[in-house]
Unconditional design. Structure first.
Length: 408
């Protein structure tokens, strides 16, 4: 493996991503992105590189994790298979020896031409709430509860086959001018105890499996069918749909999507296809190829979880991507201090110079709205404006923020 200084100074897939990502070789960390370092309360990459992976896993969870790793070795899965070998909720230990539950996924991969494991943790993990839960309950009870929170692979398969997934619609609103109705669309499903499983939870189970392609196509087919129906009624709408890495790598996905739009009589400009930054970084060549196919057909592309790292900025420029989305790393009040208003404004201005519009997602408070407005972010979405809904009525949602600023 290359020396630590070289690893520290090179950007890797996952740099700047909302997902906490690390690479493990022979039980030791060889890379970790900023989200991972921050999640585990380490001061810098060097501290993480000196820490064995299992030292960051609670003792009562190590046996199950080691069993998953042994079973994967017996199954013969390799980085070429690109198949996830573990997807589980465990209790993790940070640098301060505090315990907290995380959603952990392990996938064989290559790092600097060596066989490694990619460790990926998605979502808002080490929150105050989850830490309080761990402090007030036995760790093994917490781990068991967290394991029960994710839907099973089988239940998602059944939901797709039985059409029992539900699409929900989150309005995306302009901060500047009136615009057509614009909705971010994603799936939810109900669990056996009437709990709601979110799109992120569903995706976390299937994203490195063939079922992810099936899920993406299920979502796209039904959303496009609805879009065609509403447009034929005289509505002017735009839908944003997110696909996984499995569809990005599917050579037939672009042609299939174009055929769905044609079949339902939907103008391609009405569809915005969203790709997560971490997926674009992991399969850049396939992503660029798909972006160009869809753009030639007239569809627009958005990259979410945008961090402005060099590699992803190059893709945005090369492919003339028209939208990027800041997720809560930049948008929410807790993390906004990491990026000053002037820095945020400079970033937005640089994107505007390349004709790229900016969406801020997961906006939950007025303070964030004020900051985004001053930075001249183009579009916003989040519960502060309007919660998602399971139906689209003619006057369901506002499509702009009332009188935020004058049009010059």
């Amino acid at each position: 493996m290359k020396n630590i200084a070289e690893r520290r100074n090179r950007q890797k897939p996952g740099h700047g991503s909302r997902a906490a990502i690390a690479y493990i070789h022979d039980g030791m960390h060889v890379f970790a992105n900023e989200s991972y370092i921050k999640l585990f309360k380490y001061s810098d990459l060097d501290e993480v590189l000196a820490t064995p992976f299992m030292d960051m896993v609670a003792e009562e969870c190590r046996k199950e994790l080691k069993l998953s790793l042994r079973n994967s070795q017996k199954s013969g899965k390799t980085p070429d298979d690109e198949q996830q070998i573990a997807c589980m909720k465990i209790v993790a230990i940070d640098a301060n020896k505090a315990a907290f539950p995380v959603d952990l996924r392990l996938t064989p991969t290559f790092y600097e031409d060596e066989h490694c494991l990619q460790v990926r943790i998605i979502g808002e993990q080490a929150t105050v709430a989850t830490r309080i839960v761990v402090k007030n309950h036995r760790r093994d009870d917490v781990a068991r509860t967290m394991m029960e929170e994710l839907p099973s692979y089988e239940s998602i398969t059944e939901a797709i086959e039985n059409d029992s997934l539900v699409l929900v619609y989150q309005p995306v609103m302009s901060t500047l001018v009136m615009q057509p109705e614009f909705y971010d669309i994603y799936p939810q499903m109900r669990g056996p105890h009437q709990q709601i499983w979110t799109a992120e939870q569903i995706t976390s189970v299937v994203e490195n499996t063939p079922l992810a392609q099936q899920l993406d196509r299920w979502i796209c087919e039904r959303a496009i069918r609805l879009l065609g129906f509403l447009c034929n009624q005289g509505r002017t709408l735009q839908f944003q749909l997110t696909i996984t890495a499995q569809s990005i790598k599917d050579a037939g996905f672009g042609a299939w999507l174009a055929s769905q739009l044609t079949e339902c009589g939907v103008e391609t400009a009405c569809l915005v296809l969203n790709m997560r930054e971490v997926d674009v970084l992991v399969c850049t060549d396939e992503a660029i190829a798909l972006i160009k196919i869809l753009q030639e057909a007239g569809s627009r592309i958005c990259i979410s979880g945008y961090s402005n790292c060099e590699a992803i900025a190059a893709v945005v420029t090369e492919c003339k991507v028209c939208l990027v989305r800041f997720d809560n790393d930049i948008s929410d009040a807790d993390s906004r201090n990491m990026l000053s208003l002037s820095d945020l404004k400079d970033l937005v201005d640089s994107l505007h110079k390349d004709s790229v519009k900016v969406i801020a997602a997961e906006v939950q408070d007025k303070e964030t709205v004020d900051c985004l407005w001053l930075a001249e972010v183009d579009l916003v979405q989040g519960v502060w404006f309007q919660r998602e809904a399971q139906e689209l009525h003619a006057k369901s949602f506002r499509t702009e923020i009332p009188v935020l600023r004058n049009v010059i």
